[in-house]
Design a protein. Structure first.
Length: 344
């Protein structure tokens, strides 16, 4: 049966926004007025406000050949939530603006907003506004997320101190290997519509690429233990690049250990299938949206007791450089080799 297609022009800009957002309900007390007026109204009293924004371009940041619109809506929101959690804050409000070419229908946008709404429900975030515009190119997504944090507990990139422990959540490299798998199947099956790829046994790395999660649970667990990270960042461009950001802004060095880098079995299997260096994938792959953070040495036992956190090294004096210690005891200087859209 042919999929129903309703042209966006049948609703117009304001009718489209109303159609896509009328089922979103406000959940946060700081959200006084959401979609429907010239501006949203927020009221914060004793919190500091965190603001982050992301621009996602079709063909640069995502490929609709293999990314379902529902997943894209979810991921577009979650990557912004992750930035707020990376400041040890909590996301509260979201605005979204879309640039749309004529190839998109109302049904397509309903799929996208279904994923967006699910992300808002899972993380307790309010959609409070946005905009839509015609576009001569593909799909453009611009999202701004507002969050809140306590002045004493917001974590910046410049607070790492010598002898602090370097910690990461989850595992690394899975999203990158999921992307490699999707790209390979796209090229193999180019021009075919009858054959579908077999992804059995590779579900985890695909989900990590198509439907990542922000680590709210880790931020909550740290707060539960009374641990305030001295510095924090989320891993969107690869562990190596993010660690260098912290070291540069904190004016410190670091030592991390290859054997301590957490890697999932499916990631390792896929890297072997591609004849790719596993540690390179984990260090430089990006899009894991895990948290990289530092804590004082005396918090070792407390932080190690939290499920899903691995201590991978320690902060050193800046004069000692920024290195990874290999399994055989050698030193490799860290380099920023992660994702850079401007050189894509």
């Amino acid at each position: 049966m042919e999929k129903q297609r309703t042209e966006i022009s049948t609703l117009g800009e304001f009718g489209l926004i109303k159609h896509l957002t009328e089922t979103f309900e406000l959940k946060n007390s700081s959200s006084k007025k959401g979609v429907g007026d010239d501006a949203a109204v927020l009221e914060y009293t004793d919190k500091q406000i965190l603001i982050t924004t992301d621009l996602l371009l079709e063909g640069i940041h995502f490929d609709l050949t293999y990314v379902p619109l529902k997943h894209l809506g979810y991921k577009s929101a979650v990557v912004n939530f992750s930035d707020v959690y990376a400041m040890n804050g909590r996301p509260k409000q979201l605005t979204i603006s879309l640039g749309l070419s004529k190839r998109f229908s109302i049904e397509d946008l309903e799929e996208f907003y279904t994923g967006l709404k699910l992300a808002c429900e899972v993380y307790g975030v309010d959609l409070i506004g946005g905009d839509t515009s015609a576009s001569m190119t593909g799909l453009t997504i611009s999202i701004t997320c507002l969050g809140e944090g306590e002045k004493e507990t917001i974590a910046y990139r410049n607070g790492a101190k010598e002898n602090d422990l370097i910690c990461v959540s989850g595992d690394l490299g899975a999203a990158y290997m999921g992307l490699q798998l999707l790209e390979r199947e796209k090229h193999v099956l180019k021009g075919t519509t009858t054959v579908q790829p077999d992804f059995s046994g590779k579900e985890y790395i695909l989900e990590r690429q198509l439907k990542p999660e922000a680590r709210k649970d880790i931020v909550d667990a740290l707060a539960g233990k009374g641990i305030v990270p001295t510095s924090m960042i989320d891993i969107s461009d690869g562990l190596s690049s993010e660690l260098l950001h912290i070291c540069t802004q904190s004016n410190v060095g670091c030592r991390i250990y290859e054997e301590r880098i957490p890697i999932d079995y499916q990631t390792a299997t896929m890297a072997e299938e591609f004849n790719m260096n596993l540690v390179t994938a984990a260090m430089n792959g990006g899009e894991d949206y895990e948290l990289l953070f530092t804590v004082p040495l005396e918090k070792h036992d407390d932080v190690s007791a939290i499920e899903g956190i691995r201590v991978i090294g320690h902060v050193t004096n800046a004069s000692l450089g920024k290195c990874m210690i290999t399994r055989d005891g050698g030193e490799i200087e860290l380099k920023a080799q992660g994702w850079n859209s401007l050189s894509h």
